[in-house]
Design a protein around this ligand. Structure first.
Ligand code: PBG
Length: 305
């Protein structure tokens, strides 16, 4: 009799509540495919450095480096990431094996007192450390005082509850995943606040020398989400994107049309935004990435740098 061994997978994950939820989510999907799955929790530099803004200390890579080392050394097989936190170009030897079905990509307004941004008194303090959210907030309400807010979701909500801010802006996806939709007062439409490339989407990273995992993970991929995110990430890549750049990119696929919008704001300048939008018939990842490049060039032509 032949014995079939079930694949056994170790997931490297950060230990914030959101990261653990995301890893557990992938774990249960993989178990549904017959795998045995364990989590390997770890702390990254991005989790430890909380007193400085990420754009100053080295950016997105800080949240993924330790996980990649665990993959490389064989302590884990896959890493689950919020794609928003994953650098545009993976380091040599690593790849994105799949992009999964996307949560709501939009930003949420969270405030105990004020239902809408419009309700804030003149000069109110709003918390965010995201340059993108800062320039977009400034475009909506130039009078607001934007102050830094770092830390995981629970830390940010605690700081809000301590009264340091009139309100804060967070990704709707994180709040929804953690069952905290009751904290959301308003979800910004994408024309009010254009989301970050990849926001709300999860990706699974593997070492490129593990084609077995590529095949195993294929059923978890969502083609529509992947094309949208590929277009958005191509804008960031072409702009030299890191989180020290105030850049927004958001794609949709409706009626077979891939539509991409992007915005760039001068971090030190006035409340003016450079925007660009284009669409193409949705086809594959290559078409999505080419669209991203065109939109990035349109931004650059109009003054983004
Ligand atoms: N930068 C932290 C981060 N990375 C991903 C999310 C939200 C979840 C997601 O985008 O999938 C968040 C929190 C936030 O921006 O409010």
């Amino acid at each position: 009799m032949t014995e079939t061994t079930q694949p056994s997978i170790v997931i490297a994950t950060r230990e914030s509540r959101l990261a653990l939820w995301q890893a557990e989510h992938v774990k249960s999907l993989l178990e549904g495919l017959g795998c045995t799955v364990k989590l390997l929790g770890m702390t990254t530099q991005g989790d430890q450095i909380l007193d400085r803004s990420l754009s100053k200390v080295g950016g997105k890579g800080l949240f993924v480096k330790e996980l990649e080392v665990a993959l490389q050394e064989g302590h884990a097989d896959i890493a689950v990431h919020s794609l928003k936190d994953v650098p545009m170009d993976m380091p040599e030897g690593f790849e994105l094996a799949c992009v999964m079905e996307r949560e709501d990509p939009r930003d949420a307004w969270v405030s105990p007192q004020y239902a809408r941004l419009e309700d804030l008194p003149h000069g109110a303090v709003v918390g965010t450390s995201s340059l993108r959210r800062t320039v977009l907030l400034r475009a909506l309400r130039p009078d607001l005082k934007i102050e830094p807010l770092r830390g995981n979701l629970d830390t940010r909500l605690r700081k809000l509850d301590e009264g340091q801010y009139a309100g804060i802006v967070l990704a709707a996806a994180g709040l929804k995943r953690l069952g905290m939709t009751d904290r959301i007062r308003h979800i910004f439409e994408t024309n009010e606040m254009l989301p970050a490339a990849g926001q709300g989407a999860l990706g699974i990273e593997i070492c490129s020398n593990r084609p077995d995992l590529r095949a195993l993970l294929a059923p978890l991929a969502d083609s529509v989400s992947w094309q949208r995110v590929a277009a958005e990430r191509a804008v960031s890549r072409a702009m030299g994107g890191s989180c020290s750049m105030p850049l927004a990119a958001h794609a949709t696929i409706e009626g077979g049309v891939l539509k991409l919008q992007a915005a760039w704001g001068d971090p030190d300048g006035a409340a003016t935004l450079v925007t660009a939008a284009e669409d193409v018939p949705a086809q594959d990842l290559a078409v999505a990435e080419a669209l991203g490049l065109r939109v990035a060039h349109a931004l650059q032509r109009d003054g983004a740098h």
